[in-house]
Design a protein around this ligand. Sequence first.
Ligand code: G3P
Ligand code: CA
Length: 241
Amino acid sequence: MTLIFAHRGAAGTYPENTMLAFEKALEVGADGIELDVQLSADGEVVVIHDETIDRTTNGSGEVRNFTLQELQSFQASYTFNVGNRFTPIPTLREVFQFLTTNRLVCNIELKNSVVEYFGLDRKVFELIQEFGLSDRVIISSFHHRSLMHMKQFAPQLEYSPLYGEPLFQPWDYVRMMGLSSVHPAYRTLDTFTVQKFAENNIAIRCYTVNAKKRIKQALIWGVEAIFTDYPERAITLKKEV
Ligand code: G3P
Ligand code: CA
């Protein structure tokens, strides 16, 4: 049964990567959430997609140049009408606190392809250990070597490489990395590739699957999970397929 992950929270209808979006994902019945992490100037793991705060907050500048206190003074939902509610950039710690109140699975995407963020992986691991979430998190990244690095000191976690362009025989590649799951862009998939991953016992969680037609196709393929900005839509379709 395909699992529905709320991409950046329920990002289609709520401000992405905010507690509000994660709470809504739970409310509509998603199986999991996906989020992106970076490091603040004072070394806090913060949940935000871009390397700058320009697109998603009312501030401007690079995440790594602000302390946590400074980052949390900005409104991360200014493009959405959320009434008077102040929705700052959350820390990973806040999200983990929320996860202790429910059974959501959490995909943590390390945003380490553009900025290196020395020590991000160790800080993420320490938090996972502190909250006892090893069996409810999946670590992903477009920076595949960084996943291999983290796997060395945290072998008990699940790692999934992300890719956005077609790869040559990606099932072999994932197997050679010693991994058993993969996060490809939906557009790189076809029936043959899905079959080859299945033959190689590699679970597919594909992103970002928003259009009804695509959600249906992913459900028919029976992929392990989809990441969608519209979890409610996917849950409704799942009942029909
Ligand atoms: O994890 C899947 C997806 O979130 C990767 O792309 O750019 O939305 O972080 P992006
Ligand atoms: Ca992401």
